[in-house]
Design a protein around this ligand. Structure first.
Ligand SMILES: Nc1ncnc2c1ncn2[C@@H]1O[C@H](COP(=O)(O)OP(=O)(O)OP(=O)(O)O)[C@@H](O)[C@H]1O
Ligand SMILES: [Mg+2]
Length: 266
């Protein structure tokens, strides 16, 4: 695929420098440095427990690092609160789908846009003119996003009752509703059948063409090789290798790290 290669990508949108995070004695992320180029699809791969989700939690401010720096374009976002980081244009989906059981697709995605209004409660309660205007704009935007991800016809259904593939789409729509510059996807196709995987890959490519940089964690090497421009391999929280798919596919250290691990078709 690699359809986004026409777009110029010289500047880094994200720069992680010497990032570390330990849980007790476990160095989940260990002195890790890498950059994500603007408009790219950048994959993070590595064995189970390598520190991939921890890295996403650090970038999105869910947890704070012990050391190191996270720079988003010209802003230092290290140790900032998750809502502040979201306002800088970083959005994510989780490894395990997180949807409220009693919300429709539309309502779920609407929740994403409250981050944009700064989550301030008083204007919402008073329903100020400014708030109503923002709400109207948000609803129009959600309509467009739902059309874009192919969920418009399901907008009034309970999100948690949809198929697994469509639940993932709801999460992606919710992430897009915050108008991100950088979208982090944590194993978005895990547990999907081939058809769902293929359709989601097409969606990611479309999202990327809208100018949204994607950082994706995945185990499916076919997906990673055909979708991404750059791959960073991590193992025990450290960078093991980095490069375009054609280099990583045959990298000796990568093959060794994956040897005998059935979940990776390397
Ligand atoms: N909140 C936490 N408290 C304690 N240990 C944690 C916590 N989060 C992660 N860890 C540990 O940190 C290490 C890295 O975990 P992480 O979830 O980041 O790995 P991963 O690469 O995402 O793995 P997987 O492919 O299985 O999702 C593991 O040893 C894990 O047990
Ligand atoms: Mg993980």
């Amino acid at each position: 695929m690699n359809s986004n290669l026409e777009t110029p990508m010289e500047t880094a949108i994200l720069e992680v420098t010497n990032l570390s995070k330990a849980f007790g004695g476990v160095k989940a992320v260990n002195n890790l440095s890498f950059s994500v180029l603007k408009n790219s699809i950048h994959a993070i791969i590595g064995p189970n427990g390598a520190g991939k989700s921890t890295l996403f939690n650090l970038i999105t401010g869910v947890i704070t690092p012990d050391a190191g720096k996270i720079q988003l374009s010209n802003s230092d976002i290290t140790s900032q609160r998750p809502d502040k980081i979201a306002q800088h244009g970083v959005s994510r989906t989780f490894q395990n789908i997180r949807l409220f059981p009693d919300m429709t697709v539309f309502e779920t995605v609407l929740v994403g846009t409250y981050l944009l209004t700064g989550g301030r409660l008083l204007p919402a309660i008073l329903r100020t003119r400014d708030f109503r205007k923002k709400e109207r704009v948000a609803q129009e935007q959600i309509g467009e996003i739902l059309q874009f991800v192919g969920l418009w016809d399901m907008r009034n259904e309970y999100a948690a009752k949809l198929s697994y593939g469509n639940q993932r789409r709801v999460e992606i729509a919710r992430a897009l509703a915050t108008n991100p510059r950088l979208l982090l996807l944590d194993e978005p196709t895990a547990g999907m059948n081939q058809k769902e995987t293929k359709e989601l890959m097409q969606l990611f490519s479309l999202v990327n063409k809208q100018g949204i940089t994607i950082l994706i964690i995945a185990h499916d090497m076919h997906l990673v090789n055909s979708l991404s421009n750059q791959i960073t391999v991590i193992n025990f929280g450290e960078k093991l290798a980095e490069g375009p798919p054609e280099v990583i596919q045959s990298h000796p250290a990568v093959l060794e790290a994956y040897m005998g691990r059935s979940e990776v078709n390397a």
